[in-house]
Design a protein around this ligand. Structure first.
Ligand SMILES: Nc1ncnc2c1ncn2[C@@H]1O[C@H](COP(=O)(O)OP(=O)(O)OP(=O)(O)O)[C@@H](O)[C@H]1O
Length: 234
């Protein structure tokens, strides 16, 4: 069964329509990457999938169930987690407290924080668990944001430009962790990414977006850095 099916989805900010009938299918345990110029609607697509923006027309099916009308907390309970652009770490809370926020809307709340699992993926968060979120570097905050999303034990992770403003060495580590999660846990990832080298390291499949619609898609092996660049620069 497909992880997620997006069928003719239309979404808008007030009167301003941004998604004009988006179609896409995500396979389980794969990294699917959406690429396209700035402003074509990639972030809007993730927000709509998470339920932060209503589906005006069309449908979203998750594990075969129509979730088009579900609010974000029910999507989270169903197994979708979202790491927004800019990470949204709470600066005045500690690393540990930020992680605990990931449990709030989780169906696994009673099980508590999967600390061993999180700290084995991101050892730096164990060392820094008493440090304030606001005192971490950009790369450490990104690791914390991904870890906080994983706390709810999702089957689908939505990731918006995780490499924005972080060092290449940390981006490399994050790429390896994402591949490990897909391989070992069967996690499905929907990634929005503009950095071609990172996208090539992690992606199994690409979708290319322009003006609120998907204009092409295909397996990662079918695209070179040069062809990817064309889609971003169009
Ligand atoms: N809250 C909002 N209210 C109104 N318009 C918005 C809002 N957020 C985004 N938009 C507009 O929606 C369009 C798509 O924005 P979106 O952020 O989804 O694009 P994107 O492809 O993710 O671009 P980027 O790579 O720059 O983040 C843009 O024209 C943007 O100005």
């Amino acid at each position: 069964m497909s992880e997620l099916i997006i069928d003719q989805v239309v979404a808008a900010y007030g009167q301003s329509t941004i998604l004009w009938g988006v179609n896409m299918t995500l396979q389980p345990a794969r990294v699917t990457t959406v690429m396209g110029r700035n402003g074509v609607g990639k972030t809007t697509l993730l927000k709509t999938i998470m339920g932060l923006l209503p589906v005006k027309d069309g449908h979203i099916h998750f594990h075969g169930q129509d979730v088009s009308k579900l609010p974000p907390f029910k999507k989270a309970k169903a197994g979708i987690a979202y790491v927004p652009q800019g990470r949204e770490i709470i600066p005045k809370l500690t690393v540990y407290e930020n992680l605990q926020l990931g449990l709030e809307a989780s169906a696994h709340r009673k099980a508590g924080l999967p600390e061993d699992e999180i700290y084995s993926l991101f050892p730096i968060l164990k060392d820094f668990r008493k440090r304030l979120g606001g005192n971490l570097s950009g790369g450490q905050q990104q690791q914390l944001a991904i870890a906080r999303a994983l706390v709810s034990r999702p089957s689908l992770l939505l990731l918006d430009e995780p490499t924005e403003g972080i060092q290449p060495s940390i981006a490399q580590e994050i790429a390896q962790i994402l591949r490990q999660l897909v391989k070992d846990k069967g996690l499905s990832i929907l990634l929005v990414e503009q950095k071609i080298d990172f996208a090539q390291q992690v992606s199994d499949h690409y979708y290319f977006m322009d003006r609120g619609q998907m204009i092409a898609n295909g397996n990662a092996g079918d695209f070179t850095a040069a062809t990817l660049q064309q889609y971003i620069a169009m």
